[in-house]
Write a protein that binds this ligand. Structure first.
Ligand code: CP
Ligand code: NVA
Length: 327
């Protein structure tokens, strides 16, 4: 398997075999890191990290992984560069490709990262767009594989806003790996027809399936993984909070949802999560709407079924694998 020089923009661009290769490489790099065996084979290289939206996990994962591999990093924060405001994506791509061996981009439309990749002659990695979050998918698949020992046949139910980056990406990831994906939410929040048709075609070849339901009871019964995400994503207007809380509250992940899934089910979330009032936004929503938690209860988040922190750690090992494989 040779992925040298490839961009990592969305999982749709990769075969199931290539995805498994990246997961295996991530496992190997994780194992070496735990044993204190250095893997700094990319010494002397440098990468640029463009963040047009904020981040904790993705930024730290890229920085630590790059450092472990022996590389230097430059972080361009949402306000600290000329990108988009004074300089086009095409020009930025060609400038950065002259100085760096790889470029990470987090921002808005998928088309922006695709354009960056078209103009940069070095690998470009998608650190989250409105449509997709592919590095998160590798971490999630690795976490599921570590827990259950396999991916094929796993039943994953996503609750909440399934038409955004996380719902879309999980649907693609499940289709690619022969898993059963269910979007459990109101119809308005189902992934698009175009993407779901594409995923159904992929699933028909891998043995997976794609199901949409508005019924939390049916949608979560017997699921292996219950997954959710914030109800309002980065870049969306604060005006939508009220509507989201009203429309998505029936899809909050609670103890009864986990019980309905079954004893062996696990809870996953890409994070950050609103599971209590210990954040500025959580506190504001608590005051405005009289709620203690949003997409997941604190009880589930903190329970032994919750894999969220293993999942967060795996961001680093899998991002390291993407860089090691493509550089
Ligand atoms: N899950 C995730 O991408 O987290 P950050 O926004 O902190 O990078
Ligand atoms: N849907 C969320 C994911 C954060 C990792 C967002 O885009 O803000």
């Amino acid at each position: 398997m040779n992925l040298k020089g490839r961009d990592f923009l969305k999982l749709l661009d990769f075969t199931p075999e290539e995805i498994v290769y990246l997961l295996d490489l991530a496992s190997e790099l994780k194992d070496k890191k735990k044993k204190g065996i250095p893997v700094d084979t990319l010494r002397g290289k440098n990468i640029a990290l463009i963040f047009e939206k904020t981040s904790t996990r993705t930024r730290c994962a890229f920085e630590v992984a790059a450092h472990d591999l022996g590389m230097g990093t430059t972080y361009l924060d949402p306000a600290g560069s000329q990108i988009g405001k004074k300089e086009s994506i095409a020009d930025t791509a060609r400038v950065l490709a002259g100085m760096y061996e790889g470029i990470e981009y987090r921002g808005f439309d998928q088309e922006i990262v695709e354009e960056l990749a078209r103009y940069a002659k070095v690998p470009v990695w998608n650190g989250l767009t409105n449509e997709f979050h592919p590095t998160q998918m590798l971490a999630d698949l690795l976490t599921i594989r570590e827990h259950f020992g396999h991916l094929k046949g796993i039943r994953l139910t996503f609750m909440g806003d399934a038409r955004y980056n996380m719902g879309n990406s999980l649907m693609v990831a499940c289709a690619k790996m022969g898993m059963h994906f269910t979007a459990c939410t109101t119809e308005k929040y189902f992934p698009s027809r175009e993407l779901s048709d594409q995923c159904r075609d992929i699933a028909s070849e891998t043995g997976g399936s794609i199901t949409f339901t508005e019924d939390p009871g049916c949608g979560t019964k017997g699921a292996d993984v219950i997954y959710t995400d914030v109800w309002v994503s980065m870049g969306e207007s604060d005006q939508v909070w009220e509507e989201r809380i009203r429309e998505l509250s029936p899809y909050r992940v609670t103890r009864s949802i986990m019980e309905n899934a079954g004893e062996g089910a696990v809870f996953m979330h890409c994070l950050p999560a609103f599971h209590d009032l210990k954040t500025v936004i959580g506190e504001q929503m608590g005051e405005r709407f009289g709620i203690m938690e949003m997409e997941v209860t604190d009880e589930v988040f903190e329970s032994s079924q919750s894999l969220v922190f293993e999942e967060a750690e795996n961001r680093m090992h899998t991002i390291k694998a993407v860089m090691a494989a493509t550089l």
